[in-house]
Write a protein that binds this ligand. Structure first.
Ligand SMILES: [Cu+2]
Length: 497
């Protein structure tokens, strides 16, 4: 196992930049170690162009017309930026009707009231692409590294299909497990349909919104989601349809071809091979750096002199509490650009990072410094129409957009104009004297390691009408209260995330 000093030495020799920021013990550290990548040379993967949309099979289940999806969890490689030394090893979901895996795919497009049946086949190899802390509950006692379970994050799901952490199954699982961590399935597994295959039932009895499905296995959820087992799940309903296709007047919400999902993540890439992979593969922190006490180590541990108990050296690999990676990845591509027309677009924003918050701002490109923003020239406003709770009652103009928390989503309409830069600024721990609240409020105290931008080059003229600054979206149908109560009972034993 390389020491931290050896690691940094290797990193410097490889020409990557190192930036250690000030902090206090007990905080995560921001630093960079990935290969330096050119910005904005590859296009943003979009819906159906890079990110596949899952193919549904129409079936009748419980007497209700439903959509069946046959997916598999597989290992594959994908080039996440042209400058990376090779394609990145990933674990992700694949549509078994096409057998073509792709990062963030396949997206499931669902309709309110039409249930989805998701069948997931576990086709993962035995060896995990990331370091596993084998002292964590669920990952101990020789537990299989390739155990999975599927959770619909933000869904209103009966507990039997909620993918609780102990409902995991391995490629050889046939039924409920014995409860031992080294069994073929977890003790709560009751979704088996055949060897290594589980089935989940999603009633979709909730209003239109962007949610997502991801792995949820006990002890390794963070690693599995980071490795790629996370995909989008878009729910449409009649209210959104009436906004995109009104019977009279202009559409408030752009149609699907002018909808751009932006899944914001931060990743770290290896520059040297190790026992888990080769250069260009994903890196994940796994060592507490107690050999370098004081405010310079990454994931330092507290000392007894600062009131922390002396518990001895943590294991290697260790689970670290927070992880701020150095390379922004949007829809699976590092530093992408997106070309748009001068008209309204609907952006579906999802923060899929481990711990990073994003503060989203639009600025015009600097005339003096290409590919950099001119902070004195703010771009068009965000008009927020929804969040992860569904459509808002009214549109909201976000001149100073709020922070997008991890695992949260926002739907915003933006009217694009010429040469606009899309620049989410990144929030992370800075110095001990700067409170998190201050960080959130003032852009100047943000530490931006690298910038996440999409370039837009279009004529300045625009043909789409201005977006009303305040617009009543629609009266939404009320949920079925009896059904909601039943679901509440089901979900009370579900998982929290
Ligand atoms: Cu979740």
């Amino acid at each position: 196992m390389p020491t931290r000093r050896q690691f940094i030495k290797t990193t410097v020799m490889a020409g990557a930049s190192i930036a250690l920021f000030k902090g206090v013990e007990g905080q995560a550290w921001a630093f960079t170690q990935s290969p330096l990548l050119r910005k904005f040379i590859s296009p943003l993967p979009g819906l159906g162009t890079g990110i596949p949309i899952a193919n549904a099979l129409s079936v009748t289940r419980y007497g209700i017309a439903s959509d069946m999806y046959n997916l598999a969890a597989v290992q594959f490689r994908q080039q996440m930026h042209p400058d990376l030394p090779g394609p990145t090893k990933l674990w992700g979901y694949m549509d078994r009707t096409t057998n073509t895996p792709a990062y963030l795919g396949p997206i499931i497009v669902a309709e309110r009231g039409r249930p989805v049946i998701l069948r997931m086949l576990n086709s993962l190899p035995n060896k995990h692409p990331l370091p596993i802390d084998a002292t964590l509950m669920g990952a101990d006692m020789g537990a299989a590294a390739n155990r999975i379970t599927v959770h619909l994050h933000g869904g209103l799901t009966p507990w039997t299909s909620d993918g609780g952490p102990f409902t995991w199954f391995t490629p050889s699982a046939t039924g409920p497990g014995s409860g031992a961590s080294n069994a073929a399935a977890g003790i709560d597994f009751l979704n088996g349909v055949s060897a290594g295959q589980a089935e989940y039932y999603y009633p979709n009895d909730l209003s239109a919104r962007l949610v997502w499905y991801h792995d949820h296995a006990m002890g390794i959820t963070r690693l599995n989601a980071y490795a790629g087992m996370a995909s989008a799940y878009l729910i449409n309903d009649s209210v959104v349809t009436s906004l995109t296709n009104p019977t009279s007047g202009p559409a408030i919400v752009p149609p699907l071809q002018y909808t751009i999902p932006l899944v914001l993540q931060d990743k770290m890439f290896k520059i040297a091979p190790d026992q888990w992979g080769k250069p260009g593969d994903l890196w994940y922190p796994y060592i507490y750096e107690i050999d370098n006490p004081g405010p310079t180590g990454r994931w330092d541990i507290g000392t007894p002199s600062n009131g922390f108990p002396n518990l001895g050296a943590p294991p290697v690999p260790s689970c670290v509490p927070e992880f701020f990676a150095d390379t922004p990845v949007i829809n699976g591509e590092a530093y992408p650009y997106v070309e748009v027309e001068p008209r309204r677009y609907l952006f579906l924003l999802l923060n899929g990072s481990q711990a990073r918050f994003y503060n989203l701002n639009l600025f015009f490109e600097s005339l003096m410094n290409a590919k950099e923003p001119d902070f004195s020239k703010p771009g068009p406003a965000f008009i927020q129409i929804a969040n992860e709770g569904g459509l808002l009652p009214d549109t909201v103009v976000l001149n100073n957009p709020p922070t997008l928390m991890p695992y949260a989503s926002d739907d915003s309409v933006i009217r694009m104009v010429r040469r606009t830069l899309f620049l989410p600024r990144q929030r992370e721990p800075t110095s001990s004297s700067t409170s998190l609240a201050a960080n959130r409020e003032t852009g100047s105290s943000f530490t931006t390691m690298r910038q996440l931008r999409s370039r837009v080059e279009t004529p300045e003229t625009t043909t789409s009408p201005a977006i009303p600054t305040r617009h009543r979206l629609a009266a939404q149908p009320q949920p079925d209260r009896a059904k909601a109560r039943t679901h509440a009972r089901y979900c009370s034993s579900g998982s929290a995330d």
